[in-house]
Design a protein around this ligand. Structure first.
Ligand SMILES: *[C@@H]1O[C@H](CO)[C@@H](O)[C@H](O)[C@H]1NC(C)=O
Ligand SMILES: *[C@@H]1O[C@H](CO)[C@@H](O)[C@H](O)[C@H]1NC(C)=O
Length: 406
């Protein structure tokens, strides 16, 4: 009771303090955006405070949103929706009802939520995947991978990859009448990270002819793609943004790998990479990889190295299955046509921009759409009172790209 009362008092104080946030002029619907930003700021602060007081781990508060937003699998006149399991991983399956002339296309979708929250059954994700299925007359597999901190890297990746491998089997594809040459992976935020990592793994295994067929495309929606350099221009400019402030992102990254608090401390000061791994910095060198308008007058400084013990214990953050930007150009060659959405008001902006640039240089067809009037996560604001016109536009653009490229 004491803890609850304390939370309530803290929440009210924070609400009063946080409501007014200047919203950049480029944003449409500024009042709605301000309200959304304020709510996220309050939630973020509340999670931070209760976590520091040792009351509740912040991920518990973040998981609450799953329960608040949960909708059971519900079919409608266009799409049959069921919860099932693929390769022992729970998935929500969307099967279009409209007849199809031939075999159907398919999208394997990974939701966002910082590897520690999110669910295919959240209203916003259900709406997104349902609409994708209906508009493309495609089968959509929305993957309910296991979450941190109960499960850590590589579990999230392994779940995402096993579902993909399972679905790509010819017997499964034919059961759902899916064209083996028209399957893609897609995901937003942490889900975009998983989609990029899965696409790399499928390509790698395909070269060893272990997984067939290939993926037709990948769509990466504001993905985090590396935790090597956490001082990119976008990190500097949006360090205190409401949706994904730097210290929060550091926490999400480190909780993906370990409970050891020395990792987030080292990451916060960008001294977490050991000198032995210095060769990896070329893959995230923003001084070469960002366009001038994003570099602005930020000054590139050489990396400062940390202790090797740290990395040896938590090798995850140097592993391309967690950080798809950390592979060589040769390993990028042959990846499927790619859609990347980045948002201007997002610390993860530069991860996506650099990946688009590197894929292009490796000869991969890339459609990079940079939304100048959007913040991190905006493509999920498509249902209920928090529905935003820009969210619908971003979603339509993504579906249009899939329609033309899948
Ligand atoms: C079914 O599809 C039609 C045509 O795309 C659309 O107008 C309608 O809203 C859809 N129904 C639902 C429940 O989404
Ligand atoms: C990054 O690029 C700059 C400019 O090309 C170069 O001077 C610097 O040595 C590079 N740093 C790393 C770590 O690759």
């Amino acid at each position: 009771m004491g803890a609850k009362l304390l939370c309530l008092v803290l929440a009210s104080a924070l609400l009063a303090y946080s409501v007014y946030i200047p919203v950049p002029e480029v944003f449409e619907e500024p009042w709605k955006v301000m309200f959304i930003m304020a709510s996220f700021r309050v939630l973020g602060r509340l999670a931070e405070v209760t976590d520091q007081l040792g009351l509740v781990h912040y991920t518990k508060l973040m998981k609450l949103i799953i329960h608040l937003e949960y909708v059971p699998p519900t079919s409608d006149e266009n799409v049959t929706v069921t919860d099932t399991k693929f390769s022992n991983v729970p998935v929500r399956l969307y099967l279009p009802r409209r007849p199809s002339d031939g075999l159907r296309r398919a999208v394997i979708y990974f939701h966002g939520g910082g590897w520690c929250t999110g669910h295919p059954g959240m209203k916003s994700y259900d709406c997104l995947t349902r609409r994708t299925s209906n508009r493309l007359n495609a089968v959509v597999v929305s993957v309910n991978y296991r979450l941190a901190p109960e499960y850590r890297f590589p579990v999230q990746f392994e779940d995402a990859y096993s579902v993909t491998k399972f679905f790509l089997q010819s017997s499964v594809l034919s059961q759902y009448r899916v064209d083996p040459d028209r399957v893609c992976v897609a995901g937003d935020s942490a889900g975009g990270n998983l989609a990029a990592a899965v696409a790399q793994q499928v390509k790698k295994k395909d070269e060893d002819s272990e997984v067939e067929p290939k993926l037709k495309a990948q769509a990466l929606i504001y993905p985090p793609l590396q935790a090597l350099d956490l001082n990119l221009p976008s990190y500097r400019e949006h360090e205190n943004s409401c949706m994904s402030p730097k210290l929060f992102m550091v926490r999400l990254w480190s909780d993906y790998f370990t409970s050891d608090s020395s990792l987030p401390e080292a990451m916060a000061s960008n001294r977490h990479v050991p000198a032995e791994s210095s060769h990896l910095f070329q893959f995230v060198n923003w001084s070469n990889l960002l366009p001038e308008e994003m570099k602005k007058d930020h000054v590139y400084t050489s990396p400062v190295y940390g202790s090797s013990e740290l990395a040896l214990e938590h090798l995850g953050f140097l592993d391309p299955r967690a950080a798809p930007l950390l592979v060589s150009d040769a390993q990028l060659r042959g990846l499927p046509p790619t859609y990347i959405l980045t948002c201007e008001y997002d610390i993860l902006r530069d991860d996506g921009v650099m990946y688009a640039r590197r894929l292009q240089a490796a000869g991969v067809p890339v459609t990079h759409f940079h939304a100048k009037d959007a913040f991190h996560g905006m493509m999920s604001f498509i249902s209920g009172p928090a529905s935003l016109a820009v969210g619908h536009r971003l979603l339509n653009r993504y579906i249009e790209w899939l329609n033309e490229n899948l």
